[in-house]
Write a new protein. Structure first.
Length: 517
């Protein structure tokens, strides 16, 4: 009997030990089951959406209120599951505008409180940050975010490319959520879709984490903050009539003092990729519907063009275009053009925008906190402030030079050989009412390894023209798996416009067999 009692006591101790270990493990698992979040989805005046991703499904509860003493409870709503993660959100409604709210998870219980502030509809004073292309280097993105916190924005708009491969679930943690943690709990980041987000899944994980229920291949949307309207376009559809019709309906119904468009690929871009997204359609729409600034990324640098409007609209609305792609991805070379570009630099940076009534003050800030650029726009019944008005340049000139800049930077669809040339195509278009004489030559350093017969031609007023010429090699070259030609091949296009001669240097021309001219 004593042996039996002794044995039972041992078993009892063993069971107590197992129960204690299980309780401890459960507590640890409970503390670790938040995979991502909390993070705010977008700014709100009377509502706010807060998202979490958990490693399991359960009845999760959030508590929130204007103070921590008497909070309300709301059950998190399950959205969907991806890669073992389970996305939930709390949809807070009927909030008071211009008010700070506190929130935390009640189930599972956490001690950490977070806060956010609603805005006031028609609010005249607020600020936001614009940045883009934060992928690839979390250390750089971290420094950008640290500097961003110092200017205290109400929210951030991102030009996309948050990750390198959108379909790679782990990259969303490593490149994005781990960096913005400590910020997005209280300040929303509203990103447009980047081309890297479409890699592998057409932007499905981007939609999962950061958007609502838009169709995966039609991810355009808008939102308001105070007296401003923000429109995000889907870069995949420059000529899509559905997106155009949506844009017109959306912006005409907004009725805000300030209008901003942001997307991944730039309409005007001299350095980096030298993009000309939607150049035949969207500049006219931006001007007609009074978009103040168009932000884009894609090229990893900073560019601010002088404000533009057509030559025949001397007192018309002007639009400013900014490329801000320096939040973390590898930098691209910039291109100078004193007549059209106010400021450009290949540097890691972000853009701080502060609005107070009729006045907008913009500063581009480098990663080290130094000032890169600044701009002031004042709008009143008489027009713009004198400095902004005096800076306005010709829409026709910008369109034409953008086209020349893009044309001289095409890639080759064949590798140049000693006896068999690669054919280079220049697709040119003039938007001006004057003829533009031009010539194409090979850069001196490239002439050591490549041969191009220089030629001259003239682009007539409002003419479309395709020019082709041969590129030979004269020395041995190498071609990487990415199509990079070494030594590098560069061309230059010399043109005359308004009786002034200028030169455009091509970007590094490489081999790209699937290139679409």
């Amino acid at each position: 009997m004593k042996e039996f009692t002794k044995k039972m006591n041992k078993q009892g101790l063993y069971f107590l030990f197992v129960i204690a270990i299980t309780f401890t493990l459960n507590n640890k698992l409970s503390a670790q089951n938040i995979l991502k979040g909390p993070y705010l989805l977008k700014p709100g005046d009377k509502n706010m959406t807060i998202r979490y991703e958990f490693d399991s499904k359960s009845d999760f509860v959030l508590e929130f209120g204007k103070n921590k003493k008497s909070p309300k409870e709301v059950k998190l709503v399950f959205r969907e599951s991806k890669n073992g993660g389970n996305l939930y959100e709390a949809n807070l409604s009927n909030l008071k505008p211009n008010t700070t709210y506190y929130y935390r998870l009640l189930k599972p219980s956490t001690d950490e409180w977070f806060s956010f502030k609603t805005y006031l509809s028609g609010q005249q004073k607020f600020s936001f940050v614009a940045m883009g292309d934060s992928r690839s280097h979390p250390d750089i993105f971290t420094k950008i975010m640290q500097e961003t916190e110092g200017v205290h924005p109400d929210f951030i708009i991102s030009m996309g490319d948050l990750v390198e491969v959108g379909a790679d679930y782990e990259e969303w943690k490593n490149f994005y959520f781990s960096v913005v943690k400590g910020f997005v709990e209280s300040t929303p980041i509203v990103s447009t879709l980047g081309d890297h987000e479409t890699n592998g899944d057409n932007g499905d994980l981007f939609r999962y984490f950061l958007r609502n229920n838009e169709t995966v291949d039609k991810q355009w949307f808008s939102f308001d903050y105070g007296d401003a309207h923000f429109i995000s376009l889907d870069f995949r559809h420059p000529d899509d009539q559905e997106m155009i019709d949506w844009f017109i309906k959306d912006i005409t119904s907004a009725n805000k003092k300030w209008n901003f468009v942001y997307m991944h690929r730039p309409t005007y871009n001299f350095g980096g990729h030298r993009s000309d997204w939607g150049i035949d359609t969207w500049p006219d729409l931006y001007r007609k519907y009074k978009v103040d600034i168009v932000f884009a990324g894609h090229s990893h640098l900073y560019e601010r063009f002088y404000p533009v409007r057509p030559d025949n609209e001397k007192n018309g609305f002007a639009v400013t275009y900014i490329t801000t792609g320096g939040a973390g991805a590898g930098l691209y070379e910039s291109v100078k053009n004193k007549s059209l570009l106010a400021v450009t630099e290949s540097v890691n940076h972000f853009v701080d925008v502060k609005i107070d009534g009729n006045t907008l003050k913009l500063k581009a800030i480098r990663m080290d906190g130094s000032l890169l650029d600044e701009l002031e726009i004042i709008k009143n019944k008489k027009g713009y402030n004198k400095a902004y008005e005096n800076a306005i340049v010709s829409q026709e000139k910008l369109n034409t030079i953008t086209g020349l800049n893009s044309a001289i930077s095409n890639n080759l669809s064949d590798i140049p050989l000693f006896t068999v040339p690669a054919r280079y195509h220049l697709n040119l278009r003039s938007y001006t009412s004057e003829a533009i004489p031009f010539s194409v030559q090979i850069m001196d350093k490239s002439a050591e390894c490549y041969k191009v017969e220089a030629f001259k031609d003239t682009l007539q007023a409002h003419e479309r023209k395709e020019v082709s010429f041969d590129v030979y090699r004269v020395k041995d070259i190498s071609v990487s798996t990415w199509g990079t030609l070494t030594p590098e091949l560069r061309l230059k296009l010399i043109y005359e416009y308004n009786s002034k001669t200028d030169t455009i240097i091509s970007k590094r021309i490489n081999y790209w067999p699937d290139h679409d001219y």
